[in-house]
Write a protein that binds this ligand. Structure first.
Ligand code: C2G
Length: 164
């Protein structure tokens, strides 16, 4: 239970996430969480729960959970299957502090009666969404469109050069 001391001994830390296309932002968060206590539990969103969030992961739940479980400092991975499981998880695992990236600031303050709740600055300049957008730009259909656009521009340029 929360005691407000800065001593991390015996403290259980909990967080949740999709962790799709695992990147440095995810790693930096997990490293900071591991330093906040001596037991770190990570709830990884299931594919079904993500569908409910309007998200479709590139990497399956089983693989995302296996990757997170292999990260140094992670003691337990649990499936995140609903928004309201957090309160049950906090009580069941005797969690001292729930921590999320600051894109969730304030969203889980309602849990402050059962544990500390805090938000950490995100790592700037990287997100799974951006990586997905980049990958989709490399989609063959897009590449075909781009090469057609380039050849149209090239023809126009040559035509213009002939006129001048
Ligand atoms: N994160 C970060 N820096 C980034 C990207 C993400 O610190 N550049 C943090 C997020 O703030 C979040 C965690 O990494 O705390 C996981 O991010 P996502 O995989 O995007 O998780 P999300 O879809 O936001 O799921 O119930 C809560 C949800 O499960 C959170």
């Amino acid at each position: 239970m929360p005691d407000g001391s800065s001593n991390t001994a015996g403290r259980t830390v909990l967080t949740y996430g999709t962790f799709d296309l695992f990147h440095i932002g995810h790693l930096r968060l997990i490293e900071r969480l591991a330093a906040m206590g001596d037991r770190l539990i990570v709830g990884v969103s299931t594919d079904e729960f993500n569908a409910g969030k309007g998200k479709r992961s590139v990497v399956s739940y089983d693989d995302r959970a296996a990757i997170v479980a292999a990260i140094k400092g992670v003691d337990l991975v649990v499936p995140e299957e609903s928004w309201d499981q957090k309160r049950k998880d906090v009580v069941a695992h005797e969690v001292d502090v729930l921590v999320m990236g600051d894109d969730w600031t304030g969203k889980f303050d309602d849990l402050k009666d059962v544990c500390e709740v805090t938000y950490l600055p995100r790592t700037a300049g990287v997100s799974s969404t951006e990586i997905k957008q980049l990958l989709s730009a490399l989609d063959p259909r897009h590449l075909e469109e781009m090469s057609q656009a380039v050849s149209t521009l090239t023809n126009l340029l040559e035509h213009y050069r002939d006129l001048t």
